[in-house]
Design a protein around this ligand. Structure first.
Ligand code: GLA
Length: 725
């Protein structure tokens, strides 16, 4: 049991052995937040809610008579589970509903609650799941001026230190619009909290940036129509003294792939309010009578032992409760992707040679990237029709050939896009999102399809199913190469932009849900010009996402390092490419910290390079599944602040581990000891370093001696395997 209710105090306690989350129903029927932090057995409500007398407390009164509420509650400065709009509380509101008279006043009060022992499921919408029983608390609140209800849900996933929070809105009357609806609110004292957000750009994704939370607003958002390269919908909050191994921190992560907003506000009393949900810019969701509107879930993960433990919890949460693909805990194929090897320039013969090359380097999945369909010799045309360019390739012959060599076959798709020159556009221009009277805003020469239109969804499902039904395709790379702008939908002509973006995202989920459910044996890899849609909504459907179009391995260390704060290594598509600066050994070792594979013309590889790659394949086979796919990650060095990148990954049973260390600038002789983390101190491990053996104790406390000259980009890859007793 992880949710308790104390009847006398009207107190809720959501907890596991590591954290507690307390709130109660106060005299005014408002849910007052009390505590979120390390596990706390009991709580003194009075101690927490007594905010002192000198602040001019605002008492609530009933019927303008006496001050009836005896508690310390003051709406403008107390911590709340759900703030209000238009009241004395001037902090940003989590929810605003406009009525037909143009009033935005919104204030919800508690009505009833129920504790369930199951999780909700909804077709075409990413919701966390659990293989074991979990507690779910659903509180029903009523808007004080209208017949509108809000169901506030909390799920405790006690195995991973995570609470899920989400809301549903049901209106019993017509004529109202949701203009803001944040799934998540957390009010707490600012004290010494800082935050890390993950900003970036194409080929430069998820840079962790630590900033102080100051008074006023700090907002992170996307209005790109997808979660975006520019900002990730996740933020870590941490105390001044928190490090990788010490201190309090928590992660707020939105399970959504469209426009989002994470809003932080510190008021004059030093209250910090955190809100997270879909972006409220130009949002107007019509509330139809009796229709239930479900908003995305937010995962709140806690650590009292520093950032490494927080990341590990987040990784476990994502693997156990978000990624629903059957591949999540499985060994991934070593793939060879054609893109950086030949781009759009290929034919059947050339691809056959690539497949043969894939065989030679030890890959067991070949992926034919962009360029296999009609009119796709440049990226100006072709997206939409999705007919095989028979002059260029014989798909069946290629797939049969790959399978004859025991190599699986994968194909690239960019389902959500369309080029103007296609038949599809000629016949159905309304399938594209386009604003009339505005210059056509192309980006990478393409427009985005209107996935808020079910006809478009059906068209795409039919098209893609044709390939999956008629060809033995084992893998699909699902790309998304532009962000959304100038949107207008023929079937939702009156939808505000913010709402339309949301409907488009819901359509994207429909598409992903139907195809991934229909073809559970196909491995799907997400992609959006690299890592432009790297979020939990996508991971729900695709167990891996191409992490970035940047394949320079050194640049990749930064991107994969940043991504690792939130997302498991096994979700990060990572390949060895043709980059000239580093050795294949280094490239391979960095790719090993992701899904692992290659993206080059295999015939450019010299024999000794193939040998180098084969050695890394050997490590992959022996260590990848237990460590990278299913193990625990420890970050040892921060590449942004040191001259080293270093991580080690330990299998859950602590019998196997790998360590990768990369030196950036040339560095001369120095005493250097590289200490492992997370090993079993009682175990003895055999290394790949001349087969020398060391105890876990020694490796963690003394560390491996690397007191030597280090060249630029020199890498050290250490494997550890417990010696059988
Ligand atoms: C995007 C992807 C690449 C490749 C190209 C093909 O940029 O990220 O990996 O698939 O599209 O056009």
């Amino acid at each position: 049991m992880s949710i308790k209710f104390d009847k006398d105090k009207k107190l809720f306690h959501l907890f596991n052995k590591n954290f507690s989350y307390y709130f109660y129903i106060n005299d005014a029927n408002i849910l007052e937040h009390l505590y979120f932090g390390a596990f706390l057995k009991n709580i003194d409500i009075n101690e927490i809610t007594n905010l002192g007398d000198s602040w001019g407390r605002h008492y609530l009164t009933k019927d303008n008579k006496e001050e009836v509420y005896k508690s310390h509650f003051t709406k403008d400065m107390s911590y709340l589970e759900l703030g209000s709009f238009g009241t004395v509380d001037k902090r940003p509101a989590p929810i605003i509903i406009k009525n037909k008279n143009n009033s935005y006043y919104t204030d919800f009060k508690f009505l009833k609650f129920k504790i369930y022992h199951n999780l909700e499921e909804k077709e075409d919408f990413p919701l966390v799941f659990s293989k074991s029983k979990v507690d779910r608390l659903e509180l029903t609140l009523k808007e004080v001026t209208r017949d509108i209800y809000l169901k506030l849900n909390y799920v405790v996933l006690d195995d991973v230190n995570t609470i899920i929070r989400y809301v549903k809105i049901i209106s019993k009357e017509e004529g109202n619009f949701l203009t803001k609806v944040m799934s998540f609110e957390l009010d707490l004292a600012k004290q010494n909290y800082n935050l890390i957000h993950f900003y970036g750009d194409w080929s430069f994704e998820r840079n962790p940036e630590l900033i102080k939370i100051n008074h006023g607003y700090t907002r992170f958002s996307s209005f790109f129509g997808r979660s975006g390269h520019e900002e990730n919908p996740s933020i870590i909050y941490l105390r001044d003294d928190t490090t990788e191994d010490y201190g309090e921190c928590f992660l707020v992560n939105l399970i959504y792939s469209g426009n989002f907003l994470i809003e932080n506000y510190v008021d004059r009393y030093d209250n910090l309010r955190i809100l997270c949900g879909i972006n409220d810019e130009a949002l107007e969701i019509p509330l139809k009578k009796n229709e239930e509107i479900l908003l995305p879930q937010v995962a709140l993960t806690y650590s009292n032992n520093g950032l490494t433990a927080l990341s590990q919890s987040s990784h476990n949460f994502i693997r156990e409760h978000v990624i629903r693909s059957k591949f999540v805990h499985k060994e991934r194929p070593i793939l060879l992707n054609s893109w950086e090897g030949c781009y759009l320039d290929f034919n059947t013969q050339k691809i056959k040679r690539y497949i043969e090359g894939a065989y030679k380097v030890g890959a067991n999945l070949f992926v034919l990237d962009d360029g296999w369909f009609t009119n796709r010799n440049t990226d100006f045309n072709g997206l939409g029709d999705r007919e095989i360019e028979k002059e260029k390739i014989n798909l069946k012959e290629l797939i049969d050939y790959a399978h004859s060599l025991n190599i699986k076959f994968g194909l690239w798709f960019e389902p959500e896009m369309i080029n103007l020159g296609t038949e599809l556009y000629k016949v159905h221009p309304e399938y594209a999102l386009r604003k009339a009277g505005v210059d056509i805003g192309l980006y990478r020469h393409q427009l985005v399809l209107d996935t808020s239109n079910d006809e478009v969804i059906d068209y795409l499902i039919n098209k893609i199913s044709y390939f999956l039904d008629n060809f033995n395709i084992d893998y699909i790379k699902w790309d998304h190469n532009r962000y959304l702008a100038d949107v207008y939908s023929k079937i939702h002509p009156n939808a505000s932009e913010g709402y339309l973006y949301h409907l488009i995202t819901l359509g994207v989920y429909k598409l992903f849900n139907r195809l991934t459910k229909k073809y559970p044996d196909v491995l799907f890899e997400g992609c959006a010009s690299g890592g432009g849609r790297f979020d939990l909504g996508m991971l729900y459907y695709t167990p891996q996402i191409w992490c970035s179009d940047e394949t320079d391995p050194i640049q990749r260390t930064y991107i994969q390092y940043g991504t690792s704060f939130v997302y498991p290594l096994s979700t990060m598509g990572a390949h060895i490419s043709k980059n000239q600066i580093t050795s294949y050994k280094t490239k391979g070792e960095i790719a090993l910290l992701g899904t692992y594979g290659l993206e080059l013309d295999p015939y450019t590889l010299k024999d000794d390079e193939i040998q180098e790659i084969k050695e890394i394949n050997g490590i992959f086979k022996e260590f990848h599944l237990d460590t990278v796919v299913n193990g625990d990650l420890y970050r040892l060095y921060n590449p942004f602040t040191s001259n080293l990148f270093g991580v080690n990954v330990v299998s859950k049973d602590k019998r196997k581990a790998i360590l990768l260390l990369i030196n950036y600038r040339k560095d001369n002789n120095k005493h250097r000891y590289i200490k492992f983390k997370g090993l079993d101190e009682g175990k003895v491990y055999k290394t790949n370093l001349e087969n020398k053996c060391y105890s876990g104790d020694f490796l963690m406390k003394n560390g491996l001696n690397l007191s030597k000259w280090l060249n630029e980009f020199e890498s050290f890859f250490v494997t550890l395997k417990e010696i059988d007793k």
